[in-house]
Design a binder for this molecule. Structure first.
Ligand SMILES: [Ca+2]
Ligand SMILES: [Ca+2]
Length: 92
């Protein structure tokens, strides 16, 4: 992952707030989530919200990956038990 993506977490265009223990970027994966032929960047932050963990999705455009339109979801969003779920700690 390039430094721009890590930095993007601190910008207003990315949902969420950067905190010391988020561990944003602990895992990352390229997945074409919308089947347009360009891979989205999936980034995990397993320390988000007291180790519940969250995953960010950054869309890809013809000019590259952009924080615009990025979104995040956590373990609770998926109906998982979120206590120390550490969602986003690893991707297969
Ligand atoms: Ca955070
Ligand atoms: Ca895509």
């Amino acid at each position: 992952m390039g430094p721009g993506l890590t930095y993007a977490h601190w910008l207003g265009t990315v949902p969420g707030v950067a905190e010391n223990n988020d561990r944003f970027g602990a895992a990352a994966k390229l997945v074409d989530t919308n089947a347009d032929g360009r891979a989205e960047v999936i980034v995990g932050a397993p320390g988000e919200n007291a180790d519940a963990g969250s995953v960010w999705v950054f869309k890809s455009t013809s000019s590259g990956v952009t924080p615009t339109g990025s979104f995040t979801f956590g373990a609770g969003t998926l109906g998982m038990v979120s206590t120390r779920a550490q969602l986003g700690s690893t991707f297969n």
